[in-house]
Design a protein around this ligand. Structure first.
Ligand code: AMP
Length: 175
């Protein structure tokens, strides 16, 4: 099972980046090309019944599998980045993280009105990041088709914050 393989490979780092957080370090996954391919195929398989026009990946770990997933789905990839990184005109959203606060941005011409967007990140924690990403998608007149994660920390109930977007939430390994 893919979930077991992911859980066996991910490294838990206690008290990173601050006390009380158990950080799920996915870098060991990247050292295993077979597992990376299986993850990409599994992410794509979960989305088989979704209509997706674009994959939006969230900086920075959403950039690891997001572009590969977009290629498998044969759709464009767009980056949602931390403030100050994108070179062209952007729109912004600020949000609270499991640890701290942040602002994310997207290029104002990244999406067309009516496009159905898959929002992808490595991990769903409180959901603050993907709520902010969803607001960016909607500000550009597009809609959220689905959410896709490698890992979800289900005990933080991040999924509950996404119900208003009426999009399915997928993950490969839940804790
Ligand atoms: P959230 O907005 O709370 O859902 O946090 C999700 C974002 O923060 C993702 O980009 C994750 O990569 C990162 N993140 C939050 N908590 C953790 C954690 N315990 N382990 C690894 N990454 C995390």
């Amino acid at each position: 099972m893919i979930a077991e393989k992911i859980k066996k490979t991910v490294r838990d780092v206690n008290d990173f980046p601050k006390p009380g957080i158990v950080f799920k370090d996915i870098t060991p996954i990247l050292k295993d090309p077979d597992l990376c391919q299986e993850i990409l195929k599994s992410l794509a398989a979960q989305l088989a019944d979704e209509k997706i026009d674009v994959v939006a990946g969230i900086e920075s770990r959403g950039f690891l599998f997001g572009p590969g997933l977009a290629q498998l789905l044969n759709v464009p990839f767009i980056p949602i980045r931390k403030a100050g990184k994108l070179p062209y005109k952007t729109i912004k959203e600020s949000y609270a993280l499991e640890y701290g606060t942040a602002t994310i941005e997207v290029h104002e011409d990244a999406l067309f009105p009516g496009q159905k967007v898959l929002i992808h990140d490595d991990l769903l924690a409180t959901g603050g990041t993907v709520v902010a990403a969803s607001k960016l998608v909607m500000q550009l007149g597009a809609t959220v088709a689905a959410y896709s994660f490698i890992i979800s920390l289900d005990f933080l109930n991040g999924k509950d914050r996404l119900t208003s977007y009426e999009a399915n939430v997928y993950s490969l390994a839940g804790y």
